[in-house]
Ligand binder design. Structure first.
Ligand SMILES: [Ca+2]
Length: 106
């Protein structure tokens, strides 16, 4: 049977693209989600400086910011593929994220 991931994706295009943020690397520990296109000016007291891995939705760019209100250093996670993609951010951005933006890529 011929399988093409893009076809699979387009059949579910009406469903939201969901990004998931984890306490630990490799999708470990507690998590929360944010739909592609949404942003958080502050991740909240519970999650401030806690995120260590992110699963980015297909065709999505996630921008992580060091401080609230999208300020300070930033780390850009780009997923141009048609699949969900995990980024471990423990090397250079561990327990740092305080605000988040997400964009859908063309
Ligand atoms: Ca921070």
């Amino acid at each position: 049977m011929y399988y093409h991931p893009y076809n699979n994706y387009s059949h579910s295009v009406e469903r939201a693209l969901v990004n998931t943020f984890y306490h630990h690397i490799n999708e470990g520990g507690a998590s929360f989600t944010l739909n592609t296109g949404d942003s958080m000016a502050f991740v909240g007291d519970l999650w401030n400086d806690q995120i260590s891995s992110v699963v980015v939705a297909p065709k999505t760019q996630v921008i992580l910011y060091e401080h609230i209100n999208f300020s300070g250093r930033k780390k850009i996670l780009t997923n141009r593929s048609n699949d969900y993609w995990r980024f471990n951010i423990h090397r250079d951005f561990n327990d740092t994220v305080s605000s988040i933006k997400t964009y859908q890529l063309a």
